[in-house]
Write a protein that binds this ligand. Sequence first.
Ligand code: XMP
Length: 516
Amino acid sequence: PVLVVDFGAQYAQLIARRVREANVYSEIVPHTAPVEQILAKEPAAVILSGGPSSVYADGAPAVDPALFDAGVPVLGICYGFQAMADALGGAVAQTGTREYGGTHVDVDDSGVLLTGSPTEQSVWMSHGDAVHEAPEGFTVLARSAGSPVAAFEDPQRRLFGMQWHPEVKHSPLGQHALENFLYRGAGLEPTWTAGNVVAEQVERIRAQVGDARVICGLSGGVDSAVAAALVQRAVGDQLTCVFVDHGLLRAGEAEQVEDDFVAATGVQLKVVDARAQFLGALAGVTDPETKRKIIGREFIRTFEAAAREVVAEAGAHEEEVRFLVQGTLYPDVVESGGGEGAANIKSHHNVGGLPDDLQFELVEPLRTLFKDEVRAVGLELGLPDAIVWRQPFPGPGLGIRIIGEVTAERLDLLRAADAIARAELTAAGLDRQIWQCPVVLLGDVRSVGVQGDGRTYGHPVVLRPVSSDDAMTADWSRVPYDVLATISTRITNEVPEVNRVVLDVTSKPPGTIEWE
Ligand code: XMP
């Protein structure tokens, strides 16, 4: 792999993604990993990311110079560039001219890193220190007002560095520079494609699973569907998928799993109709966290019972059903390796909670993938667009989009309103611009309206369209007024009991995306 050494800025994941967009496989390692450990992974190249420190600060993470003697191509970016210059005997100092944001650089395009680049360009900078002198043997490739050495290279030793951030879209030629490093500097081939990912994962799954039986919980979401489809491709009928219909899905979503997914993959599917059970468990409950806990608990119980049935039906000994598929993605892996516990804002639940006494080993074929790559793999496996491009939807489903008690009637109202909003946003071509658009039913709020000649006293629904890259932060989407108008008219006309449609114009933070 290409290893991205994370110096603690938010850019490492982005760099890894950009490298993969160049069809080269990359992984992230913490800067605390010793050089021997990094080299033991036999990296095809190493990229040192940006970071918040100054190379002079006490305890600033340094780069072990041994890295540069290993014959591995290295690219330093921002802090990584300065740390590299420092380690190799260049001069790094404060210039007094901090550069933040779009910055003009003059470029020498005759080398490797910036070949094919315009000699003047705008790039994205974010630094206080600057490299004043390149280390011996290096050619200076770029200069800016605040950075006497804004990029350098020693193509013989295959060492490269740049002060600016090539991974952000505000450096329009950034991807070009990254590709110069990967293809020309490090001599790598763009061979990492969805087709290769499928082939490689199929091999790995077969090696891991052997001829044992495998269970997978399907949620209707992209991740579990793609994970299941990969395992199905690898071991066929050794896999049984379990779909717990908790009655909290949106209109058409259960059918998407039961019909479309099965048709596309030929997977063996066990459907558990637990709708009445979930409604019963949620009766009278209004507190959001209590709802989440109940839904999570019922889910695990139901899934566990279904898993036992699969074991029994297979006539197998329990130890023969040893594997459980999970759709864990790479960002989860990176973040949980980060060590810092995030505050428990909401208790999230995902499909496939582990039963206590049924001992499963996990199969996680998406562990190395980012979300967009999961989609590419899904398409490669022939999954329908409606599944592959599905927007995020929370595990607890509509249960946390009804404020107040969850009842069958309210679920029907919300499903109808949600289906209208989704249909109109899709018709307006906004699906890929909008991250997701929860529709929330204010079950305990009523307002007065007038319809026909009569007074109404119905419930409001809230539209919550948001744009986001990763759901950690979000902004409310500026959906065109006429689209909002159509949604509002249709919902109030077609959904009885709903006489008002309101728009949520809160960013995250302070609001979360979901209301509960
Ligand atoms: P919040 O509301 O925390 O949501 O801003 C962030 C993203 O996570 C989704 N979400 C969940 N996903 N299980 C999930 O799998 C959950 O319990 C859950 N709660 C929220 C939410 O839809 C948004 O995309």
